[in-house]
Every structure is written in structure tokens, then in C-alpha cells.
Write a protein that binds this ligand. Structure first.
Ligand SMILES: [Cu+2]
Length: 207
């Protein structure tokens, strides 16, 4: 599953659970209110503890939390297949650098002056991204993919993804990182594998 599909799936499952829980609470709450209107003459229970009910609710909530956390983690970590290639992403004040290990190709630009770097990737191939920062904390965000990953100094974050079809999207830094944070954008261009590999070759050869 590619990233948008994976995150949509996770989101859907969580929303369904949230709606069921919300519905149950509204139901129990309304039933209690209705009962209280017809309760004249009856005395409320004087019991201060309902051990069984309390254990039941606590376990139910705990089970739900364990499920949600495990589910989100598995979905977040699940990989499509063995990555065919790696791209090293370096975030810095205030732009991006994309390197393709083994090819000698390194792409960067001057975001502050409106010149955006382009992250080129092939469609249909699993790609591993390694993200790091050269200075402060940044975050790589591609809204179209519902994807965001922090870029830390001295720590590499990794994620894998397959882009199903060619296209161009805008990415940006979503963590406030200083004066020109607003200018820290990049382009993501997904091309056919043949187009990508000839691009990589021509850029590698040009160096
Ligand atoms: Cu930044």
C-alpha cells in the first residue's frame, strides 16, 4: 500500500472506533437523563463502588488503547517491499538537499530567493528516504501524501514509500526553524522509471 492509502486506511479505522465510542456515550448519557425524569419516588443507589463495572470499563478502554497504538505503529512502519533505491534528504536553514547515493547526484537550491529544489523519484519503485538536519529541527511535509517526518540533527529518520503515478507536488518544512522558514519549500516530481533513470544518468555524468 502506498502512503496516502495507508494513512487513509488508518484514519478510517480510527474514525469508525471514535464514532462507535461517541455513539455509546451519547446513548448511555441520554438513557440516564430519560430515566432520571421518570425516577420520582425512587431513591438513587447508595453504593459507592461498582467493582465489576469499573474493571470492565477500564479493561475495555485499555484494550482499545493498546489496539490503536499497535495498529498505528504497524501501519506506520509497514513497508511496501525491499526498496529499489535510497534518497538522502538533508534539511538545513533554509532549504533542502537531495542526494542519490552511488550516483554522485546531489540536488539543492536557494529557497530563500524563490529557487526551489526538485526531489526526483521514479513511479512504482519502492524508495527509502533517509532524513537528517544539518542544523536545527525541521520537518519534511508532503501534504498530498499525508506525510510528515521530522529532520533532526545527528539522527537519521527513515521511511519507505512507493509513488504509484507520475506527477508534481509541493513539499514544505512544517516545523518553525527560523527567519526564512516560510520559504523552505521543495518540489516532488515523480516520473516514469525510464525517465528517472535517464535523468539520474545525465545529472551524474554532468558532474
Ligand atoms: Cu525548516
Amino acid at each position: 500500500m502506498n502512503l496516502p492509502a495507508r494513512f487513509d486506511h488508518t484514519f478510517r479505522v480510527e474514525v469508525v472506533i471514535a464514532f462507535v465510542v461517541f455513539g455509546l456515550i451519547v446513548l448511555v448519557f441520554s438513557a440516564s437523563i430519560v430515566r432520571s425524569f421518570t425516577a420520582r419516588g425512587r431513591t438513587a443507589s447508595q453504593k459507592t463502588s461498582y467493582k465489576r463495572t469499573e474493571v470492565f470499563w477500564t479493561s475495555l478502554v485499555a484494550a482499545m488503547m493498546i489496539f490503536l497504538v499497535t495498529f498505528s505503529f504497524t501501519e506506520n512502519r509497514s513497508t511496501t517491499s525491499a526498496p529499489a533505491m535510497t534518497v538522502d534528504v538533508t534539511a538545513f536553514q533554509w532549504c533542502w538537499r537531495f542526494e542519490y547515493p552511488g550516483s554522485g547526484v546531489s540536488v539543492t537550491a536557494d529557497c530563500v530567493n524563490g529557487d526551489l529544489p526538485t526531489l526526483e523519484v521514479p513511479s512504482g519503485e519502492a524508495i527509502r528516504f533517509r532524513i537528517v538536519s544539518a542544523d536545527v529541527i525541521h520537518a519534511m511535509w508532503i501534504p498530498h501524501l499525508r506525510f510528515k517526518m521530522f529532520a533532526y540533527p545527528n539522527w537519521t529518520n527513515t521511511f519507505e514509500n512507493t509513488f504509484p503515478e507520475p506527477g508534481t507536488w509541493l513539499g514544505e518544512c512544517s516545523e518553525f526553524c527560523g527567519q526564512y522558514h516560510y520559504a523552505m519549500h521543495f518540489r516532488l516530481t515523480v516520473t516514469t522509471p525510464a525517465g528517472f533513470h535517464s535523468w539520474l544518468q545525465s545529472h551524474g555524468a554532468a558532474r
